[in-house]
Design a protein around this ligand. Sequence first.
Ligand SMILES: [Zn+2]
Length: 350
Amino acid sequence: MRDFLKFSPAVSCGLINADSVYPNGSTDLIAEVADSYFRDWASQIDRFVQQFVLQRDSRREDEMETCVEPCQLCGVGNLQKFEIPNSSVLWVCRDCELYQYGEIVDEQAYAGDYHSGYEVHRRGKIRTARIRLNRIRSRLNLSSRPRVLDVGCSIGATLEAARQIGWDAVGVDVSQDAVDYCCQRDLSAQKVDGLRLPFPDNEFDVVVNWHVIEHVADVQATLAEWHRVIRPGGMLVMETPDAASPRVRKRGASYRKFWAPEHTYTFTYQNLKRFIERAGLTVERTPMLGSLFNFNPLLGGYAALYQSYHGLRRLLGIQKAFQIFARKKVMDSATPLLASANPCLDEKVA
Ligand SMILES: [Zn+2]
């Protein structure tokens, strides 16, 4: 049976799984064909692979330990212990495949050297950030200068890229070192201590975060707070490690490089989508290329190659992270705004 998993890239993430192909940046044509012909039975196969992996991993343990807490998404107690050797422990839900209840690390874990490795690649990161922002711009229908918040801004690559293309960008990070680094480069960044963002409601056209959501203490409360600061019709765009990636499913807990000890969660596209929708946003198709005419020819060519390469990797099921694009609903003007519509946060503060 293990050999079956060798084929799981094509099965669970590639040619026949609409739910994986559709959101992860394939062309519209492929997404629509996959959508029409394969959605139902492909998701059943994906579900089968998920169940097979969970059962296989539970057989590796002599006795199955269960968690007293319920699944944070399903609300029922069907969690299985998932122990990364010499590292951390997570609990995976056998229904929705959400990895959760990882140990919450002190923010000191993100101080000092945590971001220094990124500095070497800063130029490349700025270039990548420009490509990402350009894809987001293709979804915004903006008439004026957009205002963007980068949560977990680190060394400010996204802030720098936003400045280069004329966006108004603000970053927040739990690391004072990262914030100082940004401020030294005249980028707007603020330190935050936790969940609450120091901004009024409906402040931003876009909230972005790259590999941040898997670190937070409470995913639902965090999404509610991000939702609060996005304007109606604005976007939330994020990228996070993919627990449904075939290589991750195949290697399980032994894939040490994938399971960082500071991750409190690891998501699949499907379970993160459910969290986002619960927070009041609508998940949209991830654009493949975005508009390329905003670049000079050289960078435009690079952007097309870069995104095609990553799109192909997603189709083949060898990408280990996914992106998700969501939009805040445009509410009736009579609807009360969100200051009081964040029950998760109110609970925390109380
Ligand atoms: Zn669950």
